[in-house]
Design a protein around this ligand. Structure first.
Ligand SMILES: C[S@@+](CC[C@H](N)C(=O)[O-])C[C@H]1O[C@@H](n2cnc3c(N)ncnc32)[C@H](O)[C@@H]1O
Length: 328
């Protein structure tokens, strides 16, 4: 989830730094609307056949009672037969309780001839359902694909665990994660890419909703988006003035993805929204601006400038990714 989740209390006069840090409130309770789950997951339906899906940040209890809770389990249960799923497992975090609950769907428990929501079994967990706990890791090991919207405050740790256990996944995350030092190398190596959609609004536990402008789906499941070619119809030759060179990076500035010149063979700086459209067969990601991490620019930065943000005629620009057309 988005940065807005970290609400910082005003610093009080005379307050010390540790008190100030303790006042940072992490709010991870945002629930993903059913229709947004449907819109994204539908694209991967064929890949779900005969698979064990694990939703490890998902509370099912309360659905149907009018309480906003995880719709991931509901959506997967509604489509259990259509997708040909093998099993759905869900666990959620109960920080203040000794035991959380696991939800399992894998057979027709009601005997009505279909496997659906009513067949979900509830089983008491030994612990509080933390996705990092040994019992949740055992469930993770059983899973073929992990699907959820994880807590944004633990996003780095969450993704690291998915890679540690070599899992396929479809998760939601903030757009800023694209240049995290833990995530960017995965993107660069084509191990982590964008899904099809952004999610603009989430529900709070009290039923109210909150809008976000920067939450996207991320995955390592094959998707057709990765095969689409960017074709802006724009040219560098004859329009050089539209693409100035940075003062402090060895690249040209392309301020919007829709303006990427198709005939330019050198390095270009583009906004991070480029990743929504990235096809690794078409462009290579060389690096990112040093403002995102030391060494990120892969030697494109002129260190003597001492300014990590990209500059054009001394004017600071937003962070950029550096890309280059792939050779034929
Ligand atoms: C952004 S919410 C999304 C909830 C649900 N996946 C959905 O999309 O509707 C993230 C959820 O992760 C849960 N969470 C926080 N820390 C967790 C942890 N250590 N282990 C498992 N879940 C955690 C929060 O309680 C919260 O419900």
């Amino acid at each position: 989830m988005a940065n807005e989740e970290e609400t910082v209390q005003p610093r009080r006069a005379g307050g010390n730094a540790s008190l100030y840090r303790a006042n940072i409130v992490k709010d991870d309770e945002f629930y993903t609307p059913y229709q947004d789950i449907e819109k994204e997951l539908n694209h991967y339906a064929k890949q779900f056949k005969n698979k064990v899906i694990y939703c490890n940040c998902d509370d099912h209890y309360g659905i149907g009672l009018g309480t906003p809770k995880s719709q991931f389990i509901k959506y997967l249960a509604d489509n259990f037969e259509a997708f040909g799923l093998k099993k759905v497992i869900a666990t959620h975090y109960e920080p203040d309780k000794d035991h959380s609950t696991m939800y399992i769907l894998d057979k027709d428990n009601t005997g009505d001839g279909i496997i659906c929501w009513e067949d979900i079994e509830e089983i008491k967990l030994k612990g509080n359902g933390d996705f990092r706990s040994p019992e949740c890791i055992e469930l993770l090991k059983q899973a073929d694909i992990v699907i959820t919207n994880p807590p944004f405050s633990l996003f780095r740790e969450y993704v690291a665990q998915l890679y540690k256990y070599k899992k396929r996944f479809l998760i939601l995350g903030n757009d800023n994660c694209r240049t995290y030092k833990e995530i960017f190398p995965l993107i660069k190596n084509n191990q982590f890419w964008c899904g099809y959609n952004h999610v603009k609004e989430f529900y709070k536990p009290d039923g109210s909703s909150k809008k976000f402008g920067n939450v996207s789906w991320y995955t390592n499941l094959p998707n057709s988006r990765q095969n689409e070619l960017i074709n802006t119809g724009k040219q560098y030759a004859g329009y050089e003035d539209m693409y100035p060179k940075y003062d402090n990076y060895d690249a040209i500035e392309v301020s919007e993805v829709k303006n990427i010149p198709m005939d330019y063979d050198g390095v270009m700086g583009v906004p991070i929204s480029f990743l929504d459209k990235h096809n690794p067969e078409q462009f290579e990601i060389i690096g990112a601006t040093e403002s995102e991490g030391k060494g990120f620019s892969n030697g494109l930065w002129n260190e003597q400038s001492r300014v990590a943000q990209p500059l054009i005629n001394k004017e600071r620009k937003f962070k950029r990714l550096f890309i280059k057309k792939k050779g034929d």
